[in-house]
Design a protein around this ligand. Sequence first.
Ligand SMILES: [Fe+2]
Ligand SMILES: [Fe+2]
Length: 303
Amino acid sequence: MPFLKPAARPWRATDFSYSRVAPESSDADLLHILRTTALVESRADQYGDYLRAVFAARGESWRDAIDQWNREEREHGRALRRLAEAAGGGFAFERVMDAYLDGVAYHPCDGRSVRGSVAGELVARCIVEALASTFYRALRDSSRDETGRSVLHTLALDEARHYGMFKAMLDAECAQRRLSLWQRLRVGLGRMLELGDEQIMVAAWLVDPAAAPRYRRRAVARRYQTALYPRYRLAHLNFAARLIGPVLFGRRSELLNRSFAVLLWLGLRLRTALNRAALAFTACTFAAAATASPQTEHIAARK
Ligand SMILES: [Fe+2]
Ligand SMILES: [Fe+2]
């Protein structure tokens, strides 16, 4: 039994009707998120090289699974690039992708997992794929463009299969070596908190034509998260919790999953409120500075 189940309907990035994509003005925030994700997904070969090195001792079936996974992730990058380019607005993919690859290093391919063990690596991969599937569902449900919805739905299904692949690998690994609840929580929750790190935020900064000339992670994260988080509904987070719960807690519990989903929902609402307050404060500060400076010049002129 292969780790990665084949797709119910295999697809290529060329299968979608990009010529019918609505122009960027319909949802500029969604386009910003899609451009960001096109960069992150287009680095699939680096993720593949790293995982092949980490899992090298586990044999051929693991390598075959990662090879197929790598091909599928590469296709995600292509589809998102086509979608973002079709929406217009002058998306210079090659240029920003080069800057992204130059600017943000990925983990070294020395065979060591940055999570401390193969099992830890698999916990992190399960979290990433579960969140990716949830992310594409939330984007799909907030998109009004038919082609966009179709692409995002297809990606959401793929990411759920990828979660299933890494979960099957994690179960196989844990049958050989025990993984404590503390290790699961430490790696899993730690990986969730990394979502605001450079890997995504530098991409978000590079693809934003209105961005400040100098990269400031917190400012970029506020803008990106304010565009993204309100798209998540409780149903999306229930889906995420059903996938993440067994990985974090090592057992299936509907009560735990539902409680975790509510915590996620509250966390996103709180983060959104804090981000909006910070953005409003920054806007007020700029406005005050802009109105104060002519007075200052006037005073200076009278001296
Ligand atoms: Fe993907
Ligand atoms: Fe994936």
